[in-house]
Design a protein around this ligand. Sequence first.
Ligand SMILES: *Cc1c(COP(=O)(O)O)cnc(C)c1O
Length: 399
Amino acid sequence: MITTLKQPTLRGYYGEFGGAFVPEMLFNNVEELRTNYLEIINSDSFKTEFDALLRDYVGRPTPLFEARRLSAKYGARIFLKREDLCHTGAHKINNTVGQIILAQRLGKTRIIAETGAGQHGVATATVCALVGLPCVVYMGAVDIARQAPNVARMRLLGAEVRPVHSGSKTLKDATNEAIRDWIANPVDTHYIIGSVVGPHPYPDLVARLQSVISEEIRTQLLAVTGSELPDCVVACVGGGSNAAGAFYHFLDEPTVRLVAVEAAGLGVHSGHSAATSVLGTPGVIHGSRTLLMQDRDGQITEPYSLSAGLDYPGIGPLHAYLGAVGRSEFVAATDAQALRAVGECARLEGIIPALETAHALAVLGDLNFKKTDVVVVNLSGRGDKDLDTYLKNMEGLEE
Ligand SMILES: *Cc1c(COP(=O)(O)O)cnc(C)c1O
């Protein structure tokens, strides 16, 4: 029986979503992780080491900033949770720091990861450099060509970036290669997955490691507003890790409205979108049962978003479940709306957000807030990596 929305069953199910659908040859790897992760990450010594690195290396706690000019514009008290100020510029480092400590405690001596836009690859290469473990990042050849700065960052950090030339040469092909590597190297290698996706226990593991975001929000809100609970939390969803982290400690607080924002691309029904909650149907992707964009034969439909971090054909099983039981609301923002929100946040608050993050900011006018509502927007990352895109779309950034 599920007594809390946070906790999947022993086999990783959130309602009908989740589980671990992996090839026979991967069973032992996943099982080793499943039977050990809770004991390790709940131990005092893990927590001590994790907290120290989050503080001294990542720069936590990140500020909770009351955005007065956005508040005036949207008629609510709007707070920005500043994950953009984390080392490497986004929330992804919270997860990789946690998983590298876990890997060491499992006795692993080699790390693999897959990356699409390169952000998770950079966060993984960073923590491998920190602890001195070799790191191989699988990346589609098309993505390597599109994301040259992040490829350079990973190499500078000492990681090996292995191009993948099969299939469409993008994220899903890189994932297949990473899985193949893990099958070939089951004893010494840990596979760091970058969002609340993949076979159990990854969705739960990553949600727990990212939950530091909502833990901090509660403490910070109490100091400023006198209550730990906001009226609403808004976060963008690619796989769903920053949203899971921002929602986590509010999941069992029914008065807190949770809003997950997907990328509508050129429009939800334009044929060029990544709005999985609307367009998706249940199926298995990357080892878990969840909502995904697929055709009638179960072939994955290519997602589209101008934002590389939201350009994913599925969502984590936790989010599929929260949506199905009505605990969270899904909304979507188009490329054009997100670009406008980038410009607005820059001009009104002096903060240039990542394009992914801007999707969360873009829906603030649609949520019918009351003036007294306390709203937290998870500012998942900074816009430096997107400057090229912003330069090419300067007109779109204006009002
Ligand atoms: C990767 C990324 C995302 C999307 O990933 P989630 O797992 O959905 O959080 C969102 N924002 C930023 C800044 C990212 O780098």
